[in-house]
Ligand binder design. Structure first.
Ligand SMILES: Cc1cc2nc3c(=O)[nH]c(=O)nc-3n(C[C@H](O)[C@H](O)[C@H](O)COP(=O)(O)OP(=O)(O)OC[C@H]3O[C@@H](n4cnc5c(N)ncnc54)[C@H](O)[C@@H]3O)c2cc1C
Ligand SMILES: NC(=O)c1ccc[n+]([C@@H]2O[C@H](COP(=O)([O-])OP(=O)(O)OC[C@H]3O[C@@H](n4cnc5c(N)ncnc54)[C@H](O)[C@@H]3O)[C@@H](O)[C@H]2O)c1
Length: 474
């Protein structure tokens, strides 16, 4: 193809500068002498840094600390101060200013091209911005890292519901907030919005919250949310939604008058409705047709050798750490291929960990018990109260929740683990290491945890397994 004088060339061009695109641009060229560019149309750092992971966790941590202080003899009870909490969020999203990320990219030698990127042919991208259009060409590879967009069924479009962006960017706290959906966003947002003063109602159409988690984890979160005053309706479908005077008032502000939802559990009225019913890879407007591809081709991995998709855009688990892992793998593949080499990779994909920072926390990795049985494993399960180690028991006066290991009885390898309770987020990485490293449970018993730390819960779990699993298979 002829390159016009205005065309810029880089070895690797990444469309989308979220955490995943940033990692791909970095790992593909690091130590190689190649060049890379990121095309970003909004804020460098993406959804995660400004509208998702970071603001939600910045809002949740003080709520957790207040909860701990309310259940710990020896300290006075801390209270959440809504204004100060929102200021903390503003600090953590850098007041929606991405100059820090821009400096990081420049420091890493990555060019940042502001504008909307769209494929126009093989290895060629049109970048459109207020300053005009330009063409960028990739000598080696193009990486799609355009993230995902929240699902908004047509029925909701006219009432201008809140998306998770409004919930994490909350400025005006609605007196009554209805959350539609029973997944991760719903279970986390219900906690911080209640702490800010909203009366929260969750409408979930399934028969439990967090339907991809172990049922005992779903139960614990249902109890936890109800205990803090959240109304939860399970098995509830929304048939219709109306709003008086919808208004595009801006991020985190109430978007108009009262909202009325007709549901299978009756009419529900609120001041705002947060739609949290999942997200779809953002692949509609990236010019896939120009290279003969569809979104389905991308999410099922049917792509030419110069094109890659990572992060939420890939259709894989929509989690920052998973996307960043994909970016490291793809980055190594691109770098190796440019050198006429093949990158080393383990022979199977890593298990996906996830922490839901709700009340209580749920941290899990690998297969649930049901998934392991469906996969045909001969499954052994150990489950203990999360309070059963001194280190976990000391965390609060009342430690709720249970924790579980799912083990293959034949190989004695860990297939999955779920921890439910206070501060369990840090317990799950040991399970990830054990799965990735193929450490059988009889060996894992010899990984001694310090007394009295929360990690001793591992010993309780391993001792709860049948005694014959304490030695290698005969
Ligand atoms: C409320 C909430 C909380 C979350 N909390 C967590 C958490 O605690 N832990 C966790 O692991 N995950 C969490 N997630 C999921 C996490 O946010 C995503 O998995 C992560 O942001 C995906 O990163 P990404 O780089 O693939 O996409 P994104 O972060 O969405 O970034 C994509 C970027 O591409 C840009 N872009 C899109 N199209 C174009 C185009 N055509 N041209 C130029 N630029 C474009 C966008 O502007 C954006 O900056 C949360 C999600 C939500 C909604
Ligand atoms: N701590 C974290 O890691 C974290 C936090 C927030 C979000 N996330 C990521 O963001 C993604 C999006 O979160 P989410 O909560 O929007 O999605 P989700 O997939 O976790 O949950 C979606 C919920 O909406 C329900 N639903 C789906 N379609 C519906 C419809 N038409 N009407 C009513 N209900 C419907 C589902 O039954 C489910 O309860 C998650 O998959 C998660 O990976 C991660």
């Amino acid at each position: 193809m002829a390159i016009d004088a205005g065309t810029q060339e880089y070895d690797v061009v990444v469309i989308g500068g979220g955490p995943v695109g940033e990692n791909a641009a970095q790992y593909a060229v690091e130590g190689t002498g190649m060049t890379s560019a990121i095309i970003e149309r909004e804020l460098l750092g993406g959804e995660c840094s400004y509208y998702a992971c970071i603001p939600s966790k910045a809002l949740l941590r003080p709520v957790t600390v207040a909860d701990v202080s309310a259940d710990l003899r020896g300290v006075s009870t801390a209270r959440v101060k809504p204004k100060a909490l929102l200021k903390r969020r503003d600090y953590w999203v850098s007041h929606y200013d991405d100059s820090g990320q821009q400096s990081w990219a420049e420091g890493a030698g990555i060019a940042v091209l502001r504008g909307e990127g769209r494929l126009t042919g093989e290895r060629t991208i049109r970048v459109t911005s207020a300053d005009g259009d330009r063409t960028v060409r990739a000598r080696q590879a193009v990486v799609l890292a355009t993230g995902s967009a929240p699902r908004v069924p047509a029925m909701y479009a006219d009432v201008l519901p809140w998306s998770s962006r409004d919930a994490t960017g909350v400025v005006e706290v609605p007196d009554r907030l209805v959350i539609v959906g029973g997944g991760v966003v719903a279970c986390e947002a219900a906690v911080w919005m209640t702490a800010l003063g909203s009366a929260v109602t969750v409408l979930a159409r399934g028969d439990r919250l967090l339907s991809r988690s172990e049922p005992f984890a779903s139960e614990a979160v249902l109890d936890g949310l109800r205990r803090r005053g959240v109304t939860v309706h399970l098995r509830t479908e929304v048939d219709d939604v109306r709003r008086s005077e919808p208004a595009a008032t801006g991020l985190g502000r109430v978007h108009g008058g009262a909202v009325t939802l007709s549901t299978s559990a009756g009419e529900v009225e609120a001041d705002e409705v947060l739609l949290a019913i999942g997200r779809s890879p953002r692949l509609e407007d990236v010019g896939l047709g120009s290279v003969g591809l569809t979104a389905d081709d991308v999410t099922s991995g049917r792509m030419p050798d110069w094109l890659y998709a990572v992060g939420d855009a890939s259709g894989g688990p929509p989690l920052t750490h998973w996307g960043k892992h994909q970016a490291r793998v793809v980055g190594a593949r691109i770098a190796a291929s440019a050198a006429g080499d093949v990158a080393w990779e383990p022979d199977r994909e890593a298990p996906v960990p996830q922490v839901v920072f709700s009340d209580p926390e749920v941290a899990s990795v690998g297969l649930t018990e049901a998934e392991a049985r469906d996969d045909g494993h001969d499954v052994v399960v150990s489950r203990v109260p999360s309070s059963s180690a001194s280190g976990t028991g000391l965390l609060r006066d009342h430690v709720e929740g249970q924790s579980q290991l799912v083990v293959d009885a034949r190989t004695r390898l860990l297939l999955g683990a779920t921890f439910v309770g206070p501060e369990v987020a840090e317990l799950v990485h040991a399970a990830t290491v054990a799965i990735v490293g193929d450490v059988p449970v009889h060996v894992l018993r010899h990984a001694v945890a310090s007394y009295p730390t929360a990690s001793e819960l591992w010993l309780r779990l391993l001792e709860d397994l049948p005694r014959e699993l304490r030695t290698p298979p005969a």
